[in-house]
Structures are given as structure tokens and as C-alpha cells.
Ligand binder design. Structure first.
Ligand SMILES: Nc1ncnc2c1ncn2[C@@H]1O[C@H](COP(=O)(O)OP(=O)(O)OP(=O)(O)O)[C@@H](O)[C@H]1O
Ligand SMILES: [Mg+2]
Length: 507
């Protein structure tokens, strides 16, 4: 190394940022700066204030006090349009999209080009959209409606949109929570490209391996304050986790062996043309059974059909050995079967209702009997589950949309726990959840199976499947390609079945 290492200049600097919401101090005297041409990762537990800080940079929230400098000049960012003028682009954590909108409308939202007659120049919109899609190798048509796309497709579009702004500061709030491994690699290549062009990237993720792969600098937030900020090279994974949760974390997977009983839930030869084929599996009392596979393997589709969200062509579902007919989710719930969906925006939360209502909505019969509502009981039970899962909310009356992403997920989980189901299908239950809270969810899962419940866990995170499951089914292209016993668990074996050398196609 020759002489002093060159420290790149500061692109954006925030100092003394304070921000309160009713009942919470989200940010407390935060200082944060990002160097030009670097990736700065922001870590912290759910509700630590990460998204709030980013929304301040993006002009969505106004700080109560504090200053922002861009290229050394004090600026006031009043709204996202102005943020864009300062070269800031943000990919939001919770994808908020209009299902009826087309891809081209989405990409050009808020900046539709107009011709000399003041009319929207749709020809340019179309040709530019086609150019973007081709450039990124995406197989969509510009007029395709967003509702026809998967979560991962929409996430990818958001990323492309931000890049297309030619922004100098790109904020990515958990961009990889719903995209495939291949897309993650594409994203990381994009990030490298952006860095080379001098763009600063602020990256938020609960996936620590990602953080250590791409971070130049890391800042850790806890309860709205910065606990540390330094070059990634000076930090280790354990150190960051300890800074985040405020204590050392050992034994990440609190799985205990419980007696395994009789089969509680069985699926036999479930078929849905073009989606999945010949799906047969069973789950026994006290078991946690995993479903591994690459994104698009058909795991979510299978679970949706079982839960009555989608229809299927043939096959049988048995609970306690008795065939049940599940045509809609209410049939499943009546049979003590519940499912936590992977896409909480689309199928999970009711944004403008309180956290309490969101939690109790599927268990109202438990709180309304003898001709009257038992509000106190409702409150007690909801509070109990919130306490067990460490849900961070100012009150039970707070609207769920005001909660941080991870805490919304915990409320949804509490909703199903409250139902006291016998069989739980959890589709990516820890997506977007911080390490500390993940541990709480795992512990809750362990408690549930101890009570004799059964759990089906779909997850894309192999370490958590290996750490928590008794058996793991692997799917590939719509069929079950393997069932692994505990002694056979390894990432390599799972991946072998998940990528499948046999290449069976669904008809
Ligand atoms: N619009 C809002 N109204 C009220 N409270 C809010 C609002 N936005 C955020 N908060 C609160 O501010 C705190 C910080 O939330 P924030 O979304 O910034 O957390 P986060 O670090 O991004 O968490 P996660 O990892 O779960 O996404 C939380 O207590 C949250 O409930
Ligand atoms: Mg957030």
C-alpha cells in the first residue's frame, strides 16, 4: 500500500437527526454519513429506525430537528420529487403498488414524458420501457399489469426503476427479501457497476452474509440511536449482531426434540395442471417439517392450494386421517389449519386497522360469545402474544401501517397463534425479521410443537430449515424431489434435490 489510504469524500451527511411519532422516538440525535462510490449498510433490529432515517433522506418524512448536507451543502428535502432532483432514489421496503397499473406506467410514474402538445408521449414510454426490460433481460411486456407479476418481479422492477433515474444516492431497503438467488447476483453486479460510477448506495438488510459481502461501511442503529459506525473490515458478523441486539447471541436455533406422534396432516397426490404435480406428504404430531426449494419451485403455490387460496385439480387432504374439503381459507381455518402468507402486503395486513384488530380478526369468535364482546379478554390475549414475540408497538390502538416491517410480520404471526391452530403453515416466517426476533419466532415454534401442534415451514434460508426442522421435503419444478431425514441434512444435499438433475417437468 502506497502512503496514506485515500478516503473518499462524503456524499451525504446527516447530523443531529431527531424524529418522533406518537408514542415513539424513532430517531434520537442520529449522525450518519455516506462516502461517494461506496456501499454503506445500515443494520439494526426491527423498529430500530432504519426505514425512518431513509424516508427522511427521501423526503417522505421531515425530521423534527437536524441537518442534511449533500456534497457539503445544506439542503432541505421536502418530498420525494425534490429528493429525486438531488439525485436520490429509494427502493421501498414494503412494495406499494397499484395492481391495475402496467409496467410502463409504473416505470414512468411521476415523470411521464410529454410531447410538444403537452400530451403524454406514450410512444417514447413504450420504447424506453422495452429498452429497459431488454437491457435487464426481463421477459415482460410493457403493457403487462403489475398484478400478473410475482413479488420478486415487482421488486426487480423497482430496482431497475431506481437505477434508471441515474441517481447518485440509491437507497435499498431490504431489496433481496423477495428475489431469487440469481436475481441477487444480478443486483450485486448492478451495485458494483453503480459504485464504479461513483454512486453511493445505502443498503438495509437483515441478511448478515449479504451485508458482509457488499458493505464498505456499516452503521448499527439500536432504538433510534447510532451504536457504532465503521468500515466493514473492522467488524465481524458476531460483533454486528451483538451491537444490534445489545447482547451476545449463542445457539441461534432453539430446537428441542419432542416426542413425535401420529400423522396429523396428510396430503395425497395433489395435482394442479402446470403448477404442481403428485404432491404427497405428511406431518406428524410434534413435527416441524420444512419445504425447501428454489424460488419458483412451487412451494408457495402448493401451500396456497392446501389452504384454499387457490384451487387444484385433484388429490386429497386429510386431517386426523379424515378427508377434508378445503375450498376457501375459512374451510381451512374451520379445520384448525392456518397459513402465514409470504406476501404480507397482498394477503396479510389490513393497513388502516389497529394492530389489535389485525391480530384478533381471525379469532373474533373467541372474544364474542354469550351475545357480547369480551374486549378485556381480547386485549389480554393479544398483549400476551405480542409480549411473547416482542412486538414493538406504541399501543394496541396504533394502526398497523405505522409499525416497522418486521413488527407487522410479528403481528400477523400473533394473529394465527391466537387462533390456536393444530396445523400451521408458515411461508417464509422470518423474512424481514431481525436476528433477535427470529430467535423468538423459533422459540415459539418449539413451544407450539411441544404442545403437540404440527408446523410446516417453507423457507428459502437453508440454515434455518436445517436448524429447526425434523424432516425436510425438497421441491423442484412443481414436484417433490426428495424427503430428507435429520441425519441427511446438509445445504449441499438440499441444493442437489432443489436443482434436480432429473429435470422432471410439470405437465
Ligand atoms: N408513520 C409512522 N407512524 C408512527 N410510527 C412510526 C411510523 N413510521 C415508523 N414508526 C415507528 O418508528 C420506529 C422505527 O421504525 P422503522 O420503520 O424505521 O424501523 P426499521 O428499523 O426500519 O425496522 P424493520 O427492520 O422492521 O423494517 C418504530 O417503532 C415504528 O413503529
Ligand atoms: Mg424498515
Amino acid at each position: 500500500m502506497e502512503g496514506v489510504e485515500k478516503v473518499s469524500e462524503i456524499k451525504i451527511q446527516l447530523s443531529g437527526i431527531n424524529k418522533s411519532f406518537p408514542g415513539v422516538k424513532a430517531l434520537d440525535n442520529v449522525n450518519f454519513s455516506v462516502r461517494k462510490g461506496t456501499v454503506h449498510c445500515l443494520c439494526g433490529e426491527n423498529g430500530a429506525g432504519k426505514s425512518t432515517l431513509m424516508k427522511i433522506i427521501n423526503g417522505l418524512y421531515k425530521p423534527d430537528t437536524g441537518q442534511i448536507l449533500i456534497d457539503g451543502k445544506a439542503v432541505e428535502i421536502r418530498d420525494p420529487i425534490q429528493a429525486r432532483e438531488y439525485g436520490i432514489a429509494m427502493i421501498a421496503q414494503e412494495l406499494n403498488y397499484v395492481p391495475e397499473m402496467s409496467i410502463e406506467e409504473n416505470i414512468f410514474l411521476g415523470r411521464l414524458p410529454v410531447n410538444k402538445f403537452g400530451k403524454v408521449d406514450w410512444k417514447t414510454v413504450r420504447s424506453e420501457t422495452i429498452r429497459f426490460l431488454e437491457q435487464e433481460g426481463l421477459p415482460y411486456k410493457p403493457d403487462q399489469k403489475l398484478k400478473t407479476l410475482t413479488v420478486s418481479d415487482i421488486q426487480m422492477l423497482e430496482i431497475i426503476k431506481a437505477i434508471s433515474y441515474n441517481a447518485q444516492i440509491v437507497i435499498m431497503d431490504e431489496p433481496t427479501s423477495a428475489i431469487t438467488n440469481r436475481e441477487v447476483e444480478i443486483l450485486f453486479e448492478k451495485i458494483e457497476e453503480l459504485k464504479k460510477r461513483g454512486v453511493s448506495i445505502i443498503y438495509i438488510s437483515h441478511k448478515m452474509e449479504e451485508v458482509f459481502r457488499i458493505a464498505d461501511d456499516i452503521t448499527v442503529l439500536r432504538d433510534g440511536t447510532v451504536v457504532d459506525s465503521m468500515p466493514a473490515a473492522q467488524l465481524t458478523l458476531d460483533k454486528v449482531i451483538a451491537l444490534m441486539v445489545g447482547r451476545e447471541m449463542t445457539n441461534v436455533y432453539p430446537k428441542e426434540d419432542v416426542p413425535i406422534g401420529e400423522p396429523i396432516f396428510e396430503v395425497e397426490k395433489l395435482n394442479c395442471k402446470g403448477v404442481f404435480k403428485n404432491i404427497s406428504f405428511h406431518v406428524r404430531r410434534g413435527e416441524i417439517v420444512g419445504f425447501a426449494g428454489l424460488m419458483g419451485a412451487g412451494r408457495t403455490e402448493t401451500m396456497r392450494a392446501i389452504f384454499g387460496l387457490d384451487s387444484y385439480d385433484s388429490g386429497e387432504i386429510r386431517i386426523h386421517g379424515k378427508a377434508v374439503s378445503i375450498r376457501r381459507p375459512s374451510d381451512a381455518i374451520a379445520n384448525n389449519l392456518v397459513m402465514l402468507s409470504e406476501d404480507r402486503r397482498r394477503y396479510g395486513i389490513i393497513p388502516i386497522r389497529s394492530v389489535m384488530e389485525n391480530a384478533s380478526i381471525s379469532s373474533l369468535d373467541k372474544f364474542f360469545y354469550g351475545g357480547r364482546a369480551h374486549r378485556k379478554k381480547e386485549q389480554e390475549m393479544v398483549s400476551e402474544y405480542f409480549r411473547r414475540m416482542n412486538v414493538k408497538t406504541p399501543s394496541l390502538e396504533t394502526l398497523i401501517q405505522a409499525l416497522s416491517g418486521g413488527n407487522q410480520q410479528k403481528v400477523l404471526l400473533a394473529k394465527w397463534m391466537l387462533r390456536e391452530p393444530e396445523v400451521l403453515i408458515l411461508d417464509e416466517p422470518t423474512r424481514g425479521i431481525d436476528v433477535g426476533a427470529k430467535f423468538e419466532i423459533y422459540r415459539l415454534m418449539t413451544e407450539l410443537v411441544k404442545e403437540g401442534k404440527t408446523i410446516i415451514m417453507v423457507s428459502s434460508e437453508l440454515p434455518e430449515l436445517i436448524g429447526m426442522c425434523d424432516r425436510i421435503y425438497v421441491m423442484n419444478k412443481g414436484i417433490i424431489t426428495g424427503c430428507l431425514q435429520k441425519e441427511e441434512f446438509s445445504q449441499e444435499t438440499i441444493m442437489r434435490f432443489a436443482t434436480g438433475t432429473q429435470n422432471v417437468e410439470v405437465e
